[in-house]
Write a protein that binds this ligand. Structure first.
Ligand SMILES: Cc1ncc(C[n+]2csc(CCOP(=O)(O)OP(=O)(O)O)c2C)c(N)n1
Length: 582
């Protein structure tokens, strides 16, 4: 057999880690790599229309499965297109390897055609980014990039000049997969004791949960039961903690709702569990304890009286035996009542005849989708108002997943995220909640969905505007300008791309159309013509609130409906007074 090339060796290394596909778009300098894939069993090339989508798809696959996902872009512009999705992956801690091919090595530094400097370009959106300039560096650098992406959680980049990819391997392939099985971070004994003392001496404690509570639902509930603690969450924490939760007081942040804000501010002690919640203006800056598996996050949003380096599950398991049962549950009861009241008020004020409203109310669309979607559906959510609809209407079940560009906040993420999700979970229902701005920003990916026949259900909230920005302008006191691009025929565009689709503008037709969409065997696009004025500034808003992106104004403006959360809140209040645990 002829000597394998560096490209062959790289693909072989990826196979050893279990990589089954590379998302990308072929191009000159990538050719040796693409050819190696063509000749290798068990790994496929997933052709997308824009490298940005390749990076988003890999980010979604990695984020959902926790396994390494790979994307690739050719030199220069193929690389720069990757950036957006790589920022998303890096911020989310999704283990992604980017194969950034490069101009011929002898031309580097000459201002050659398509020349960029990828090692500089990707610095900020990766943990590791190295140029492979000679064959003898491989397969070692490939292993380090993979190990870093998996071990640190985020992006590794290999910069690969086409000529180097084509060279014969200098070292034999290394047997045995590079592997990281991440251990749990156990907290130290002393911080655990101090944590217990503070929990025991505080009169009232609120728990605020982020994505770091994944896998620790039972432990959080046990602590809440002992302390009679309200439990609030961030947007990323919602899917892991809001289900089966008799202590739920809703969400904090710009899209927040319910009594989370009050519970955080009125408690004696706030405990941040696995959250790097960025909006420090929503935190009380009072007595706060934070638990996180990444010590660099401790105290970076708010001063702490105790920071604990540890996984949430491991830390709570360690502290639980030392936590005394509190007897006074009045703070929790008050917060649960406040939560229920807050939700009831907004629903009463808002959702009156939502089922008959024309243009269709986006909240009605989200509610209908929530009712008809599978219990284990994966929702990908566009940046923009879809974030609000998903936060309020997609009911977590413990098995559903909801991902978006929640940390990087890039538009156009939902469809390419859905592509990665469809590969990660071919048997689950994948739903892309897309804004019309977001969808059309990477419109070519409809062709990717059609080409690979990915059974993604795209629900387009087609309000003919950049709704979130329209709202921002309104809240800031600017007249809306350049936000309304008009309603396009998204269903027609989908059909032209080879995806069945239908448009709905009568609310009476919505439920049936949604049923058809979510139950269709293949890809489908439901183009719902929604109301761009769905949210309006209430009349009592003050000038001070309107100035800037004021907290109170935003909260009031965003106080729309809240879907099934009201039922949950009502059920929790019905159970009051709760029996105190012995
Ligand atoms: C790439 C990128 N460009 C611009 C923005 C700023 N931005 C955030 S949301 C938004 C509007 C999104 O519009 P659309 O997808 O139609 O959703 P809607 O808010 O109308 O539901 C814009 C322009 C961004 N976050 N990302």
């Amino acid at each position: 057999m002829s000597t394998p090339t560096i490209a062959d060796q790289l693909i072989d290394t990826l196979r050893q880690v279990g990589v089954e596909r590379i998302y990308g778009l072929v191009g000159d300098s990538l050719n040796p790599l693409v050819d190696a894939i063509r000749r290798t069993e068990g790994i496929e090339w997933v052709h997308v229309r824009n490298e940005e989508a390749a990076a988003f798809a890999a980010a979604a696959e990695a984020q959902l499965t926790g396994r390494l996902a790979v994307c690739a872009g050719s030199c220069g512009p193929g690389n720069t297109h990757l950036l957006q999705g790589l920022y998303d992956a890096q911020r989310t801690g999704a283990p992604v390897l980017a194969l950034a091919s490069h101009i011929p090595s002898e031309q580097i530094g000459t201002g050659f055609f398509q020349e960029t400097h990828p090692e500089r370009l990707f610095v900020e959106c990766s943990h590791y980014c190295e140029l492979v300039s000679q064959a003898a560096q491989m397969p070692r650098l490939a292993r380090i990039a993979i190990q870093t992406a998996l071990g640190r959680g985020g992006v590794g980049v290999l910069v690969l000049p086409g000529d180097v990819l084509h060279r014969p391997a200098a070292h034999p392939a290394e047997p045995g997969a590079p592997r990281v099985s991440r251990g749990a971070v156990a907290p130290g004994d002393r911080p655990v004791r101090e944590f217990a003392e503070r929990l025991n001496s505080a009169r009232t404690v609120t728990l605020f949960c982020g994505a770091g509570v994944a896998g620790a639902h039972a432990e959080v509930m046990e602590v809440a039961a002992k302390l009679h603690s309200p439990i609030g969450h961030s947007l990323r924490g919602k899917e892991w903690i809001q289900f089966d939760n008799p202590y739920d007081v809703g969400m904090s942040g710009l899209l927040g709702y319910g009594a989370c804000y009050e519970a955080s501010h009125e408690a004696d002690l706030l405990v941040l569990l696995g959250t790097d919640f960025p909006y420090d203006s929503f935190l009380p800056k009072a007595r706060t304890i934070q638990v996180d598996h990444d010590p660099s996050r401790l105290g970076r949003r708010t001063p702490l009286e105790l920071g604990i380096h540890g996984d949430v599950g491991a830390t709570l398991r360690a502290v639980l035996p030392l936590v005394e049962q509190k007897t006074d549950g009045s703070f929790l009861d008050r917060m649960l009542r406040r939560h229920e009241k807050a939700l009831t008020q907004v629903v009463d004020a808002y959702a009156g005849d939502i089922e008959r409203q024309v243009p269709i109310h986006p909240e009605y669309v989200a509610r209908t989708l929530d009712e008809l979607a599978a219990d284990d559906a994966v929702f990908t959510v566009d940046t923009g108002m879809c974030n609000v609809w998903a936060a309020r209407y997609v009911t977590p079940t413990g098995r559903r997943r909801v991902i978006g560009s929640f940390l990087h906040g890039s538009m156009a993420n939902a469809l390419p995220h859905a592509i990665g999700a469809a590969y990660a979970y071919p048997r689950r229902q994948i739903i892309s909640m897309s804004g019309d701005g977001g969808l059309t920003m990477l419109l070519g990916e409809l062709l990717t969905v059609a080409e690979h026949q990915l059974p993604i259900k795209i629900v387009a909230f087609n309000n003919g505007s950049l709704g979130m920005i329209r709202l921002e302008m309104m809240v800031s006191g600017y007249p809306s300008f350049q936000t309304d691009h008009g309603v396009s025929d998204l269903a027609g565009l989908a059909r032209a791309a080879g995806i069945p689709g239908a448009a709905v503008d009568d609310p009476a037709d919505l439920a049936e159309a949604m049923y058809t969409a979510v139950h269709s065997p293949g890809p489908y696009l439901l183009d719902v013509r929604t109301d761009p004025n769905a949210l309006s500034v209430p009349p009592h808003i003050t000038a001070a609130q309107v100035r800037g992106f004021a907290l109170a104004a935003t909260r009031t403006v965003l106080d729309g409906g809240v879907g099934k959360m009201l039922q949950l809140a009502q059920a929790n209040v019905r159970n009051l007074p709760r029996p105190h645990r012995a």
